[in-house]
Design a protein around this ligand. Structure first.
Ligand code: ADP
Ligand code: ZN
Ligand code: ZN
Length: 733
């Protein structure tokens, strides 16, 4: 008879853990919390994490099975990690096994036991360096490799060759055999060749640095609220160096698109550190290696996106989360966590400071600062030389537009290019135009699986649904009346790009959106091109708005903003203001004055006028007041129950059962809105409904859901639908 039972979080969508017996030959000393175990689960084997060891179980002896295999000889997760993951499962009402599995890199979650692999590095040997051009003339591939290694000026790993689109292995091998290229193992000692900046922090930066530096020993949340170009990154860099000099680690979290190789390089060049990165462009092995290195202290900086927040820290020193307002920190499917909120919990558990940086703080964070839960640090001025951009509206009413561009915008673009400066044009939508319409009968291209129109993608010659991915060839004649009078309505990035190339045929134009940057390194090559300078135009979606520093951009044109002014989502104005402020912040980041021109048919709109005359801070203050009056977040807490199915009736009958289940629960201090159809009722062939749960306090919301969700799980009608719960949803779609 064993004297103990293993309580295991198994990767299943069930709201509980499972008890197992230890293996026969093992004893108590073999087991620790945080080890992984392979267990038989139904007819399959699954990987789970031991999160409890207890002397009793509620299961009957004959229901108990021993684990199949213990996968780790020592613990993989610390008590603090386990505590955090348990907290997250509880707070987000998500199945605990799935939380553990999502928090681990894929190789670990699927049961592998990888170890840290030091990379093999390649550089030119002395004889390689002494080679003359003509010696390699007859082997162009070796010659290319020679140039690559020579230009790099430092040893390269195999990943550095992977951008080459030809087989570099054989020529590399023969260069090694000839003694021209030498191999060494990666040195994990600290990078010592750092570049110091040629400026001193200004007084606001210094004040922020001092304030955080004084608090390095304790938990504290800092909101670093600095206008675009105010030098937030410099504040981070100085703080990071301080923390790592004291032997501790720093976790830096960024939104997906801002984490470019360029930025990683900037950090690498400045910091005497061992840095690893983790984001979606890396493969599973690379991510696992980053996780292992950080966890085991082989690296003292982890620069990563959302999911990096779960990486254990060996010597926790500080967390930095840049662009804290960015909604990409919220996972929008499955385990719907907020990396910002988890990062704050992490910092609290580790008892370390966390810095949330942004030029456009979320209303939640501003509210927390008002309530003195966060320490508000401000960088009100742009750094050396740069002044705030001059923002103006262009009244488009009754104006003749040239393919959506007004005369005054075109004139401003022309002048900017003549001065050999660069222009950014912001368009809120990718593709050519959002609607294809028939001139003779009014037919519009509609997705048959969604309540949405098909977007014209002219370059790909496709109609594409942005919600489900459905694609059609663009028809030549109207599917309804067979006339050949189809025309595009509205605008997208491709269309503006086309208009500009006909207006400015000799000017290089780059487009940045999800379509144009799908290929690896595409974004990087645009950025490189812009940095080379010269008159250029960049057309793009909000991808352009984030983080980039383009010193030569002096004009930003915002082409279509009006649709965003009339959204039914209560967060739309916050998003819009952040977007405008961020896009505007790309203009004039160095000595040259930046101008921002916003085209609109609503020049009187209060949101635009507040932003232009008083700036984001004032907008945010007003918006918070409105939220308070309307009792919306952050003045209340929400949870959204989403339900969908192919069969609409199935959704309705589940919701009916839901309402009955709710009737048996204490709903004091809870406000329930709905069920109502989702703003887009049909998406990808599924009918979608939702139920909004509101409360002024978190606790009643939590208790209500604790009672409701197990009831929903039991409902027979739940098997015909997909449902999910979203805690603190960032959109209500
Ligand atoms: P933010 O992240 O706040 O938008 P950055 O950190 O990118 O701003 O800084 C903008 C530019 O100003 C960078 O090129 C940076 O090197 C430079 N910079 C930062 N601090 C100073 C300073 N104190 N004096 C001069 N230039 C600075
Ligand atoms: Zn027609
Ligand atoms: Zn669709």
């Amino acid at each position: 008879m064993p004297k103990f039972y293993l309580n295991i979080a198994v990767d299943t969508p069930l709201y509980r853990t499972f008890d197992y017996l230890p293996t026969q030959q093992s004893n108590r000393a073999d087991y620790q919390l945080g080890q992984r175990a392979l267990v038989s689960f139904g007819k399959t084997q699954k990987v789970g994490v031991i999160i409890g060891i207890s002397s009793s179980t509620t299961l009957k002896q004959k229901q108990l099975k021993p684990i199949t295999q213990l996968l780790d000889s020592s613990t993989l997760l610390s008590a603090l990690d386990i505590k955090l993951f348990e907290w997250a499962a509880d707070y987000y009402h998500h199945p605990i096994g799935e939380v553990f599995s999502q928090a681990l890199p894929k190789q670990i979650r699927t049961g592998h036991s990888p170890s840290i692999k030091l990379r093999q590095l390649y550089c030119l040997s002395n004889s390689g360096l002494a080679l003359e051009e003509k010696q390699l003339k007859r082997s162009p591939r070796q010659s290319s490799l020679w140039h690559l290694l020579n230009d790099a000026g430092m040893p390269l790993d195999l990943d550095s060759f992977s951008s080459l689109d030809w087989d570099w292995r054989a020529p590399l091998k023969s260069m090694i055999e000839k003694g021209w290229v030498s191999m060494s193992q990666e040195d994990i000692a600290c990078n010592t060749t750092t570049k110091e900046p040629d400026f001193k922090p200004n007084s606001a930066q210094q004040a922020a640095i001092n304030c955080v530096s004084k608090a390095l020993q304790d938990f504290q949340v800092f909101l670093l609220d600095g206008v675009t170009g105010s030098g937030k990154t410099e504040v981070y860099l100085q703080l990071i160096q301080r923390v790592i000099d004291s032997g501790k680690q720093v976790l830096i979290l960024l939104p997906e698109i801002t984490l470019t190789p360029q930025l990683a390089e900037r950090f690498k060049q400045r910091l005497a550190a061992q840095m690893v990165t983790s984001h979606s462009a890396l493969n599973d092995t690379q991510r696992t290696q980053a996780w292992l290195r950080f966890k085991k202290g082989f690296a003292n900086i982890l620069l990563g996106t959302r999911s990096a927040v779960f990486t254990p820290m060996l010597e926790p020193g500080m967390i930095i989360l840049d662009e804290e307002h960015d909604t990409s920190f919220k996972q929008q499917e499955g385990f719907r966590y907020s990396a910002r909120d988890i990062a704050i919990m992490r910092a609290r558990d580790y008892n370390i400071p966390i810095v949330l940086g942004t030029a456009t703080p979320s209303l939640e964070s501003l509210y927390n600062a008002q309530q003195s839960r966060f320490t508000h640090l401000r960088l009100p001025e742009r750094t050396a030389g740069a002044s705030h951009p001059d923002i103006r509206l262009i009244d488009c009413r009754n104006q003749v537009l040239n393919n959506h561009l007004s005369k005054s915008l075109i004139k401003a673009i022309t002048k900017t290019l003549e001065r050999n400066e660069q222009v950014i044009l912001f368009v809120n939508r990718r593709g050519f135009a959002p609607v294809l319409m028939c001139h003779s009968c009014g037919w519009v291209g509609q997705c048959r699986r969604c309540d949405a129109r098909l977007v014209i993608h002219k370059q790909a010659n496709l109609l594409r649904c942005h919600h489900c991915g459905l694609e059609h060839a663009i028809p030549n004649t109207c599917p309804s009346c067979q006339q050949a009078e189809l025309f595009p309505l509205g605008l997208g990035t491709e269309r503006i790009e086309e208009t500009l190339s006909s207006l400015f045929p000799s000017i290089p134009i780059s487009r940045i959106d999800r379509d144009s940057t799908r290929k690896k390194d595409a974004m990087q090559s645009v950025i490189d091109k812009v940095h080379q300078g010269g008159a250029q135009i960049l057309v793009g979606t909000q991808m352009l708005a984030k983080g980039h520093h383009f010193p030569n951009v002096t004009l930003v044109g915002i082409v279509d903003i009006d649709a965003g002014l009339f959204s039914c989502d209560f967060r739309a104005s916050e998003r819009m203001s952040q977007l405008i402020t961020q896009v505007a912040g790309r203009a004039g980041r160095e000595e040259k004055l930046g101008r921002v021109l916003i085209q609109t048919h609503h020049p009187e709109h209060p949101l635009l006028n507040t932003l232009i005359e008083h700036g984001y801070a004032r907008f945010a203050k007003d918006a918070l007041l409105e939220r308070q009056q309307a009792q919306l977040p952050p003045y209340n807490c929400q949870a959204l129950l989403r339900v969908n199915a192919i069969n609409e009736q199935a959704v309705l009958s589940f919701l009916n059962d839901c309402t009955q289940a709710i009737a048996n629960i204490n709903t004091q201090s809870i406000n329930i809105l709905g069920p109502v159809p989702a703003p887009m009722l049909k998406r990808a062939g599924r009918f979608r409904y939702q139920l909004l749960i509101e409360s002024t306090q978190r606790k009643p919301r939590h208790q209500f859901l604790k009672q409701l969700l197990p009831e929903l799980e039991k409902l027979k009608s739940s098997r015909q639908v997909r449902w999910s719960i979203d805690i603190d949803p960032v959109d209500l779609f």
